[in-house]
Design a protein around this ligand. Structure first.
Ligand code: FES
Ligand SMILES: [Fe+2]
Length: 389
């Protein structure tokens, strides 16, 4: 089901406010606690992340021919590059001589030259140059190009990388609108937290906690447990309205604009988040490094411009202010909650966590994760059967 249009969303928020309620799911979900710290589950999730399209970076991070982004993705070093013909390509970031990584971080280059012994690869992956090649008389250059991933797809402003034979379309089953071409990246970075990646995702997918966790930061501007929760394929969109949305009641429905009246969190299956805040967008990609450690690659983008052109200096300044407001108190409150939960996981108090009717966004994530992990199990069983035959 596609998500509501902006006008429908505003109308629905007014209904929720008037009825003093929130969107509710139709089932309670019990998630085993061991799924947040077991090595076996972690390995299965990471394999799944190699076998579905995974958000890798905003396409805005690859603005010109030669632009590249290199990072770990589900435990594998991957480099994504815009080649000279403007095709976006993704390769395993490893030299075909002795495996040195060829690119680091982000930048722009004409060629990937290995810093170990100098072999060089074109942006389309072909092995172009072998230093002192008389030392490798049997080497077939044509079969020693960079090794591409199974597939790379650019959609709705994101680059998706499918590393190995997919077990389904994943996020691309049905993808909401995310980013537009006129958005500029004004900051990027990475951070590591000692938590399971699902805990962090859960913290963004419900508004049941707003009043209690954020009494002085977010709650004064928002509502207590009042959210619109929509799903599209395995993806989830949750809307957190601000109280100032009430001003739109006086505006004719066809003239209403969402503007700065809501925060919209798009959780793109399984580990990407695209959040539309008042004056900027935050895009983050979870890279689980261990059952209880996750690295986040984060980009801050300006909002789209009305005419599709570059953002004004004013808009960029507002965007930076927006970032500063959030990174103060509210985010710290969320970080404390997830860190405390992770630290108490071994307490033995819970065999499972309970997600109620207000937490249906999280339920959707767990249901889809379970569905895809089942498919992965089926694919593995089939592989073993074929190998035996
Ligand atoms: S490992 Fe790259 S040239 Fe030797
Ligand atoms: Fe929160």
């Amino acid at each position: 089901m596609p998500v509501r249009s902006d006008a429908e969303l505003i109308e629905h928020i007014f209904d929720l406010i008037d009825q003093q309620t929130t969107d509710m799911g139709d089932e309670t979900w019990y998630e085993p606690v061991e799924n947040y710290n077991s090595r076996e589950r972690f390995e299965a999730e990471r394999e799944l992340m190699r076998r579905v399209p995974m958000g890798f970076c905003p396409v805005a991070a690859l603005p010109e021919p030669g632009s590249y982004v290199a990072r770990m993705a589900a435990g594998v070093p991957i480099v994504v590059v815009r080649d000279l013909e403007d095709n976006i390509r993704a390769f395993r970031n490893a030299c075909r001589h002795r495996g040195m990584q060829l690119a680091e971080g982000a930048g722009c280059t004409k060629i990937f030259r290995c810093t170990y012994h100098g072999w060089a690869y074109r942006l389309d992956g072909r092995l172009e140059y072998v230093s002192q090649d008389h030392g490798f008389p049997e080497l077939d250059k044509d079969t020693h190009g960079l090794v591409p991933v199974h597939d790379v797809t650019v959609k709705n402003g994101l680059v998706f990388v499918t590393q190995d034979e997919p077990v389904g379309e994943g996020a691309l089953e049905s993808l909401p609108d995310l980013l537009s071409d006129s958005q500029a990246i004004f900051a990027s970075g990475e951070s590591v937290t000692e938590i399971n990646w699902k805990l962090q995702a859960e913290g963004t997918l419900e508004g049941y906690h707003i009043k209690h966790t954020h009494p002085e930061s977010f709650f004064p501007y928002g509502f207590d447990n009042l959210n619109v929760i929509e799903t599209q394929g395995p993806n989830i969109r949750i809307c957190f309205p601000f109280r100032r949305i009430e001003k739109l009641r006086d505006v004719a429905p066809e003239a209403r604009e969402l503007g700065r009246t809501v925060t919209l969190v798009n959780h793109i299956f399984p580990g990407t988040s695209v959040t539309r805040l008042s004056d900027h967008y935050t895009v983050s990609f979870a890279e689980p490094e261990a059952p209880t450690r996750t690295r986040y690659y984060t980009y801050k983008l300006s909002p789209p411009t009305a005419d599709g052109g570059a953002p004004s200096e004013d808009a960029l300044q507002r965007a930076r202010k927006d970032v500063a407001f959030l990174s103060d108190q509210g985010n710290k409150e969320d970080a404390k909650v997830v860190a405390d939960i992770q630290a108490a996981i071994g307490s033995g108090a819970n065999s499972h966590y309970t997600f109620g009717r207000f937490e249906s966004g999280i339920v959707h994530l767990h249901q889809n994760l379970a569905r895809y992990l089942d498919r992965l199990g089926d694919a593995e069983a089939q592989r073993i059967e074929i190998a035996r035959a």
